[in-house]
Unconditional design. Structure first.
Length: 412
């Protein structure tokens, strides 16, 4: 029986495989029965004739990871501009491939260019690199290609990528100054314990007498930090422990789920995660609705926009509830993790019959809320870190000068 290779989307992720069937129509039917959104079905006999031409051009997964989101944004901007100007996609990709600084990105664009030249659609060619571009990117390209308005959907993609980059940069900028303060604080404290405190220890040893409890505590901390067998081993143990915990969180689903729940409950991170996630979900649902993507598929794709497991589970519950015929607003309202404002705005969209516009309003609303949350976080963290740094360093200084003050009083 003939074999057919297929490519498509299943559970929000790009998949490919082979299936045995009498003909292409039967293969398509069998694949769709497995809930796959099909991009292409092709006889393996046809593939054998072309596969050798492209061997060795496919970059590995690691090289994809090294491509920065900024590179993808710059590429998409140029692609959108050139396609809007009327240049064919295949020619545009050839030109842009030569302009990319990243060798891995050049290789990918070269492969996409060759795939399109060999007869594959633009969306299928991009879908092979869903780890780099993402399902949202691929589906918007597919929608633009199907509607004959690729330039419009590429412009939407640029808008999506810019908003996502803005969210990422806002969070980074909020954490940058506090992290710098923390690093400087730890560096100053370490220098004082390793180099400054021992000078005072020698001074106090030459004078003699009993030292205050605070001074003894700082001297003990200094001895501990400077001792390779105690301080060094402790530092290595903490570093190894944190690395092992990180790996466990990455590989153990239940542990990662608990960690994500903890992040949501924390006052500093929970608000940012929810507002960032809902802003992206609203933006994606709006763009996919405008593209004519069915609601179930749009929900499936938007679910992949967040890495937070509890938020992903909430979106999956909503997606499953749609099959029962319940209104979208009610389904979102049932999820405790989703703010009531989100569900209320969805309800307004349902009542007015303009869901596309309402999704865009939701995205804009939560983007503004996220910006405000980032500003509040920055305003809160900066004084906390300054007080921590000043308080800790001041404590060490007072503890080391306390015996000198006492000696001055005794002399007086």
């Amino acid at each position: 029986m003939p074999k057919f290779a297929w490519r498509g989307i299943k559970n929000g992720a790009y998949k490919e495989g082979t299936i045995e069937a009498k003909n292409e129509h039967e293969a398509t039917y069998l694949i769709r029965k497995n809930h796959v959104i099909i991009y292409s079905v092709e006889s393996l006999e046809k593939q054998k004739n072309t596969k050798s031409i492209f061997s060795g051009l496919l970059p590995n997964e690691e090289s994809e990871k090294n491509i920065k989101p900024k590179d993808v944004l710059v590429f998409t901007k140029k692609l959108a501009t050139m396609v809007k100007a009327g240049l064919p996609v295949v020619d545009t990709l050839a030109l842009l491939g030569d302009q990319m600084e990243s060798k891995a990105f050049k290789k990918i664009l070269k492969q996409i260019h060759l795939d399109i030249e060999s007869g594959n659609s633009v969306s299928v060619s991009f879908a092979k690199y869903d780890k780099l571009f993402g399902n949202i990117y691929v589906n918007l390209v597919k929608a633009g290609e199907a509607s004959g308005k690729l330039d419009i959907f590429l412009a939407k993609l640029v808008d999506n990528l810019e908003k996502t980059a803005k969210i990422r940069e806002n969070i980074k900028s909020a954490l940058f100054y506090p992290v710098i303060l923390l690093v400087v604080s730890l560096a100053v404290i370490s220098i004082m314990l390793i180099y400054v405190v021992p000078i005072f220890v020698e001074l106090f040893a030459s004078v003699g007498g009993e030292l205050p409890a605070l001074t003894q505590m700082i001297m003990s901390a200094s001895d501990y930090v400077r001792d390779p067998m105690r301080g060094g081993v402790t530092f290595v143990a903490i570093a190894v422990g944190l690395y092992a915990l990180k790996k466990q969180i990455q590989t153990n689903y239940n542990l990662r789920r608990k960690y994500h729940r903890l992040l949501l409950k924390m006052p500093l991170t929970g608000d940012l995660i929810i507002k960032s996630g809902l802003s992206k979900i609203g933006m994606i649902l709006g763009n996919l609705s405008a593209a004519g993507v069915p609601l179930i598929e749009a929900l499936e794709i938007s679910t992949t926009s967040t890495d937070n497991i509890p938020l992903t589970e909430a979106m999956n519950n909503v997606k499953l509830g749609v099959f029962s015929g319940s209104p979208l607003s009610e389904l979102f309202d049932k999820e405790k993790i989703i703010p009531s404002t989100f569900a209320q705005m969805i309800k307004v969209g349902e009542e007015t019959g303009n869901m596309e516009e309402m999704f865009e309003s939701i995205s804009g609303y939560y983007q503004e809320e996220l910006d405000s949350a980032v500003q509040r976080l920055t305003a809160m963290l900066e004084p906390i870190m300054i007080v921590f740094m000043g308080g800790t360093i001041g404590f060490i200084i007072v503890a080391m000068y306390l015996p000198i003050f006492q000696m001055g009083q005794m002399v007086g």
